[in-house]
Design a protein around this ligand. Structure first.
Ligand code: DP6
Length: 353
């Protein structure tokens, strides 16, 4: 009889990430149409606690109960079940397992911040650890992280970038030998200015968006500008990685903003166009550009697939940016809300008993 563990608790956590060069468009099996580069964050995190047990009846089916912040959540439960099914060929966790999963985010649901990257990364981390514990095998730290990144990608493409920090590349890129479409890799060669870079997230509108990223990726398949966009994204990856290496903030700001506007430009120019920006998004962008021109503070704005703005800037400008937000931007924010975050070198944690 095997001595392998029959029950236990796994606690995993993963951070959200913000793309500098955007992943927008994908092929089957969550393979991106273009490479993307991101910052992993420190504060915006998902914590997942999983209680597991192998049931005695070997013929019984998997049982899973999903809780979000201690409350049963059937919508998430369905999504997680589908995810577990999709990654079933990656592991050998037996069918007769019982799982109770409880997740919570450090950022409010109403913040309009997408949690799928941090959530799926924390799930992938938990599943990989579970597979290792049950099957009594272990891998090197590097191999483990690479596999987790791959498993996370299946749940949500951008989740694969939440495994490494502070900067990640996901997608095959010429000249970057280690890069892959299947998992993200950490960028080792970065200027020290990026080791404590800030991201202040301005909440312009906290209502859930009506077009999912999933749908947005799909629409790219028939976008009239898709080929040129994929070429541009490759070029922007090369340029931003070089700027990150050299500490060239001028190029960094230029590319980050070009990518944000391009993402929304693509949404507005497709076959089924849509707009996720809000009037206050544009008001703030305009103000930020003027503030930068006047003060020479190298702050860049970027956007996810939504109206909220991420302000990216070196740590030493934090106090100055805070004064500016309080004085000039707060009135354009939803309930005056913003979230303070910064890059993280280690965006994941795992514990088990
Ligand atoms: C605009 O990773 O959420 O944030 O793979 O369908 O889950 P799925 O999409 P998702 O897309 C993220 C899109 C983006 C840009 C980015 O993070 O690179």
């Amino acid at each position: 009889m095997s001595n392998s563990k029959q029950s236990g608790i796994i606690k995993s956590s993963a951070s959200s990430n913000i793309a500098l060069v955007k992943y927008w468009g994908k092929k089957n099996h969550q393979i991106p149409e273009n490479p993307s580069v991101s910052f992993s964050l420190s504060h915006c995190k998902t914590f997942t606690e999983t209680t597991w047990e192998i049931k005695e009846d070997k013929c019984s089916a998997m049982e899973m109960a999903f809780y979000f912040e201690d409350k049963k959540n059937f919508e998430f439960q369905q999504r997680v079940l589908k995810y577990l099914e999709t990654i079933s060929s990656f592991h050998t966790i037996p069918h007769n397992i019982k799982l109770k999963i409880n997740s919570r985010n450090t950022f409010p649901h109403s913040s309009g911040i997408a949690s799928s990257a941090s959530f799926m990364a924390s799930m992938a981390l938990m599943m990989k650890k579970l597979d290792e514990l049950i099957n009594e095998h272990s891998s090197s730290l590097g191999e483990f992280a690479k596999e987790v990144s791959k498993w996370a990608r299946i749940g949500s493409g951008s989740a694969c970038r939440s495994i490494f920090g502070p900067i990640c590349l996901w997608g095959k890129l010429e000249g970057c030998g280690e890069s892959s479409d299947e998992y993200a890799v950490p960028i080792k060669n970065y200027h020290e200015i990026f080791s404590d870079y800030r991201d202040t997230i301005l909440i312009v509108d906290s209502t859930p968006k009506n077009i999912s990223s999933q749908k947005g990726h799909q629409l790219m398949a028939e976008h009239p500008f898709k080929e040129i966009r994929y070429l541009q994204a490759r070029d922007n990856c090369q340029k931003i990685l070089n700027a990150i290496k050299m500490g060239d903030l001028e190029t960094f700001v230029k590319i980050v903003e070009n990518e944000a506007l391009m993402l929304h430009g693509l949404m507005m120019t497709g076959v089924n166009p849509y707009i996720l920006l809000k009037p206050n998004t544009l008001t703030i962008i305009d103000k930020i550009i003027r503030f930068r021109d006047k003060t020479q503070v190298p702050v860049a704005f970027t956007l996810d697939a939504g109206p909220n703005i991420h302000l990216l800037y070196p740590n030493r400008f934090h106090a100055e940016i805070m004064v500016y937000i309080q004085k000039e931007l707060i009135q354009f924010l939803d309930n005056g809300n913003f979230i303070e975050d910064k890059v993280s070198v280690r965006p994941t944690t795992i514990e088990f008993i």
